[in-house]
Design a binder for this molecule. Structure first.
Ligand code: DSN
Length: 475
């Protein structure tokens, strides 16, 4: 190849199947404008392939979403190039007068949207945000409580392999036999262990979080109560889920799930929190920087600002309501098809299929078989899972991303039917209980997946559905 000539593009977008190109609006517009196409064909090809994967598949992972074109524009802006360690008006680098205006504006938008007096918009993501809250409010070794990871909690809520349980004393609570938070256990443990902090929230909880019960329990021992609303912050912003703000002292949230912003996080302090601890905002600010992080990612903060403005509109409230409605429709249709759901249904954006009636450890089979037809979910443990986290017995499914694309109840029934057809096809497939045999069983299953024409037909059906609903960032 001559010096300076870019290598040929491996699979240009214009060679996509005719069915795609004939479906208006034609996707991949973002790529058409990219100079990377001329300068870095390898990265361009990966961008193109990922855009095609998202466009032609159904994202049903409840923690994922599709951001708007405007969020993506702010994310890839010149703010990416600027250092701004510190906070507005108190920076360690020159040239931050505009960054100050940006961060202050985004803080104000966050405060207004969630009805709180303080917001820190600098955390890089959810885990650092949660870690920062523990660092700010606890002394090393202090006891704290959180929902067990295997019952729907998050790693940073005290999972045994996470740093949070190595630096502090983690006391996990659980869900009950109905898949609801076991408040009796929470109350008994709180009285016995006197935690300094209690987390409420999770990553695989299909039911509304009882914030006021948590508040009553935490107040009996004077514990900080912190809501991790990462999964539901968009539903709260849109009025489709109760807000924790009047019940808790602080709130953490990622910004890229139902809130539909860039990957990042926020920490909020409530009136109740500042009344309990007037130093709360300063403690959090100091823990983020210099305690834990360096320069904030201003491009992410700019994109978050865009997302917060979008989330304050009536259209977003309609979106949030439709996410929940779609999740309920999908849940009902799956139950009608014979599936079992943890807690029997959903109050929010996600559902957790309990696949144990067909045998333990089958989450991985569904995860991979659905991926084969372009439906992206994730294998997940169910409460009291008889199998292991790598071969769990559940499947986590959510509606935020497909709802962003404009899908409705009818589409949810189609999606349930795709999942049910796969379920029927997998009826007699199991995962061996013996850990040593599982790896080879999975390898054999993958070979079948690759060659079984049953999946080709369903893949085409999924793609047809997808092409009617372009992802917004690419449209
Ligand atoms: N990884 C996130 C989720 O999928 O829920 C939690 O951190």
């Amino acid at each position: 190849m001559a010096h300076g000539q870019p290598p040929p593009l491996p699979t240009p977008y214009f060679q996509l199947p005719a069915s795609i190109l004939s479906t208006p609006p034609i996707p991949f517009c973002t790529l058409l404008r990219m100079s990377i196409k001329q300068t870095d064909a390898e990265i361009f090809e990966l961008l193109r392939a990922e855009e095609q994967r998202q466009q032609e598949g159904l994202t049903l992972i409840p923690s994922e979403n599709h951001t708007s074109r405007e969020v993506l524009e702010a994310l890839s802006s010149v703010f990416s190039d600027k250092y701004a360690e510190g906070y507005p008006g108190r920076r360690y680098y020159a040239g931050n007068d505009i960054a100050d205006r940006l961060e202050s504006l985004v803080q104000e938008r966050a405060k207004a949207l969630f009805g709180v007096p303080y917001a820190n918009v600098q955390p890089y993501s959810g885990s650092p945000a949660n870690f920062a809250v523990l660092l700010a409010l606890l002394e090393p070794g202090d006891p704290f409580m959180g929902l067990d990871l295997l019952h729907g909690g998050h790693l940073t809520h005290g999972w045994k392999a996470n740093a949070t349980s190595r630096l502090w004393k983690s006391i996990p609570y659980h869900v009950d036999a109905n898949g609801r938070i076991d408040l009796a256990e929470v109350e008994a443990m709180t009285l016995a262990e006197k935690p300094k902090l209690i987390w409420c929230g999770g990553t695989a909880l299909p039911r509304a979080i009882p914030f006021s019960d948590f508040s009553r329990i935490a107040d009996t021992v004077g514990a900080y109560l912190v809501a991790d609303i990462s999964h539901i912050s968009g539903l709260i912003a849109g009025g489709a889920h109760e807000s924790p703000v009047s019940h808790v002292h602080a709130v953490t949230t990622t910004t890229h799930k139902t809130l539909r912003g860039p990957r990042g996080a926020m920490i909020l302090a409530t009136e109740k929190g500042i009344k309990k601890d007037p130093e709360l905002p300063q403690k959090i600010d100091k823990t983020i920087i210099p305690g834990l992080q360096g320069g904030p990612h201003l491009n992410t903060i700019a994109a978050l600002g865009v997302a917060l403005k979008e989330a304050s509109t009536p259209a977003f409230a309609e979106y949030a309501a439709r996410v929940v409605e779609n999740a309920r429709t999908l849940a009902d249709a799956l139950v009608e098809s014979g599936f079992t759901l943890v807690s029997g249904g959903t109050d929010n954006h996600l559902l957790l299929l309990d696949l144990t009636p067909g045998g333990s450890g089958r989450g991985v089979l569904f995860h991979e078989a659905l991926e084969r037809i372009g439906i992206y979910t994730n294998k997940n443990t169910v409460p009291n899972d008889p199998s292991s986290p790598f071969y769990p017995s559940g499947l986590r499914i959510g509606t935020p991303a497909v709802t962003t694309r404009g899908m409705s109840a009818t589409d949810m029934k189609h999606i349930a039917s795709f999942i049910a057809q796969v379920g029927e096809h997998l009826k007699n497939v199991s995962i061996p209980p013996d850990a040593a045999e599982r790896k080879s069983a999975l390898a054999a299953f993958r070979e079948t997946l690759a060659t079984d024409p049953f999946y080709d037909t369903l893949r085409a059906d999924v793609r047809s559905l997808c092409l009617r609903y372009p992802i917004p960032g690419a449209a």
